[in-house]
Structure formats: structure tokens, C-alpha cells
Design a protein around this ligand. Sequence first.
Ligand SMILES: [Fe+2]
Length: 274
Amino acid sequence: MTALTTQSPIRLLQITDTHLYGNPAGTLLKMNTQDSLDHVVKILKRNEKGNEFDLILATGDIAQDASEKAYAKFVDAMQEIGSPFRWIPGNHDNIDVMEKVAAGSDVSEKLVQINNWQILFLDTSILGQVHGNLSKSELEFLKDCLQTAQADESVDHCLICLHHNPVKGNAGWMKDIGLNNGKEFFQLLSKFNKVDCIVYGHVHQALDYVHAGIRCMCTPSTCIQFKPKVGNFALDRLNPGYRTLTPSTDGSIETEVVRVTGFEIEADFASQGY
Ligand SMILES: [Fe+2]
């Protein structure tokens, strides 16, 4: 575990669902995912100039083709931002390839403490499946971390990072693609009282709500966006973006979703799936 004592309040950045390809010309529903990430990084560097991020939370679907090259390109983008990051796999990723690319670094580390916040990174991916699951070992890890945090006076708050939505998605086609043991996950969390926030990706949209007493946030993808409250799959016309999080020592969190501007979206808006 990395433990950092840093600025107060701490500053976090969530980057999610970059869907990169080894081939920089790779497109997802006709959107060039490298190009859209480059635009996000460019606007982020301009907007956040002078604001140091203590950590970047990269919440999965890092690559669309699970290639070493795509993961290396993601590492390049994080270096361009210039802050440390931790990543977790999404349904399009391959954790073995990610770990190969991450060998010798701490980017796959699952637990980081920054000031009085503990940040946990859980793997919800199942290779070859769109939906997610927290395995027995992942739930055990979570339980161990929360038990330790409960007894640790230096930890007041926990933030959990996932790829899959732990609460059912807000579109008809999303009903079976989330975390399939979300109930079990929230039941476990209810036994502890330091978990203040859950952040995730997967459904490519901005959400900020409270479920079972815990603040839950989803962040736009750096590429295509999914339209909420529709029956069948549909792309939204909102631009790619990122989220900043500023957790205070008292457990409150200021947050902002920033979308790129001056970027003409090119995507297949007639597509019925991805
Ligand atoms: Fe995704």
C-alpha cells in the first residue's frame, strides 16, 4: 500500500473508458478514441494548470483491443498529464496484459492512502463478459481493507473505485450489463461506516447520486457517450470528458465534470450497439 501525506484537500482525477487501440487510427463507432483522449488531455492541462492531482483514478475499459500497445499509449497519456495513476480493468480489458505493461510499477496497486482517505481499486471484470462481478477473493480483499480501516485511526474515509455500475443502469439495454452482485457489495459496505464514495465508469455518462447512504458517481468516457433513459442502445451527443474530485478531511467531496469544447464529435449516432 502507498501512503501519502499531501495537500489538503486532496485532489483526484477520474479518467475512464478510454477504449484505446494499438493502432492509433482505431475507431469505436467511428470515433477515433486516441484523438478524443488527446483532446481531453489537452483541455485538462489547460483547465487544471497549477492544480496538482495527487492521483488519477483510471476506472477501466482502458483499451478496446486489450493490446500491449494500447495500454502503453494510455501510460503515455497519463505521463502527459503528469500525475501518478492506478488502473483497474473493464470488460474490454485483459488484466494479464495490463499487468505485463505495468510490470515494475505500482499502477495496478489496489490500495492507496492519501491523508485520511483510503482509496480502494476493485476488479469487477470477467474476461469475455460485458457484465461485472466481484469475485469471492475481491470481496474478501474489500472486507479485510474495511475491517483494517475501521480500526485504523489514521483512516476516516474510504473511496472505492470500480469499473461496472454497482446500481442498475438508467437505460433499458443496460439492465444486465452492470455489477451482478451489487446487492452483496452494498450489504458488505453497510457493515462499516467509513465508505463515503464509490466512483465507476462503464455506462459512459455523468451521474452523481446517493445509494444506500453512499455517494455514487459515474464519469463520462473520454470517447463515446451513452444516452440515459432510453430503451435500446443510443449514443448521446455530449462531448468526452473527465471528472475532478476534491475530498476534504471531513468526508465531503467537491466534484466537477468537465467536457471538451471546440471538438466536433464524429461518431456513428445511428448505431444500435457497441
Ligand atoms: Fe466502456
